[in-house]
Write a protein that binds this ligand. Structure first.
Ligand code: BV8
Length: 262
């Protein structure tokens, strides 16, 4: 445990979390690792072992080989559907339910596990899915009917099965409802995230390598706004310098110790 100035980092941090008015939590793939979802770092197993996830997770990659990318997302979706929130997700959700309106979760994960934990614990946290959801589909291209005010745009639910599914009327293809590399985040989500990072007393940064932007920049934004920044990770990350405390350990073990029951 590489704590910089605190004799009892856990006790001090629990005290800070007790008195905080606004807590922001930035999470990455490591948050869901103990739910059995591979992180991006170790995602490439089996069929996709030698493929660059950033190539697959891009519009260019999808247009180059829609079937391969669609299959990759189907494989990941199956894993996400079988996964369950882990003790880390549950600890965050329960803390938030006990302190309604105090916590904002900014997640890079597309697995809906924070949302599922919150649904069970009782809503409490605002959850911003910065990179979308892998369980939501949308059209790849703008629906040609969209221009014609007299006709409703084609419904994704009516897409004919396929890899990827296609619209029976205009041939449009479905794509996963995630933010691909090279694509901008939804400005409402990014604005909400930046506001939460700038307004929080404490920011917990959990299970992220800090290698993907603009999400990685939210820790520095919180620090510069005066927040107490704490990193929880099994290894060193690219944004450790933004932290007041770095706690080495797993999300499902550290978060319950930090948050239960407060
Ligand atoms: C954009 C959805 C405008 C898809 C994802 C500035 C500088 C450099 C590059 C850029 C920049 N600005 C923009 C870029 C380009 C790019 C980028 O950041 N590239 C990087 C790779 C250099 N960013 C973008 O393209 C973004 N869009 O900026 O638009 C624009 C466009 C073009 C050019 C300029 C501006 C869009 C980024 C979003 C992409 N979509 N996901 C899908 O999932 O299929 S990103 C995806 O990868 C995840 O969502 C996540 O964000 C990222 C993976 O990172 P982590 O979550 O941190 O996971 P990782 O595997 O890396 O690490 C796991 C960590 O967990 C490790 O630290 C490990 O130690 C730890 N760990 C493991 N187990 C545990 C644990 N910790 C605790 N407990 C455990 N049990």
């Amino acid at each position: 445990m590489r704590d910089r100035r605190y004799a009892h980092p856990f006790r001090d941090l629990r005290a800070k979390l007790q008195d905080a008015t606004s807590v922001c939590v930035l999470t990455g793939a490591g948050m869901s690792a103990e739910s059995g979802i591979p992180t991006f770092r170790d995602a490439q197993t089996g069929l996709w072992a030698n493929l660059d996830p950033m190539q697959l997770a891009s519009e260019e990659g999808f247009r180059a080989d829609p079937q391969r990318v669609w299959d990759w997302y189907q494989m990941r979706r199956d894993g996400v559907r079988q996964a369950e929130p882990n003790a880390g997700h549950v600890a965050l959700a329960r803390y938030a339910a006990r302190h309604p309106g105090r916590m904002t979760i900014l997640t890079q994960n597309v697995d809906d596990l924070h949302q599922r934990a919150a649904a069970r614990a009782g809503e409490g946290a605002r959850i911003v899915a910065l990179h979308g959801s892998i369980l939501a589909d949308r059209w790849l291209d703008a629906c040609p009917r969209g221009e014609d005010l007299m006709r409703r745009p084609c419904e994704p639910a009516r897409a004919e099965p396929g890899r990827p599914p296609r619209c029976p009327d205009c041939g449009n293809r479905l794509r996963p409802g995630v933010v691909w590399f090279g694509e901008s985040l939804d400005y409402r989500d990014l604005t909400a995230a930046e506001e939460a990072a700038s307004a929080c007393d404490v920011m917990l940064v959990v299970g992220t390598s800090g290698s993907v932007w603009p999400a990685a920049g939210l820790a520095a934004r919180a620090r510069h706004a005066g927040a107490h920044v704490v990193i929880l990770n099994t290894q060193a990350s690219e944004i450790d310098d933004e932290a007041h405390i770095v706690l080495t350990g797993s999300a499902a073990t550290l978060l319950p110790r930090l948050l239960d029951p407060l």
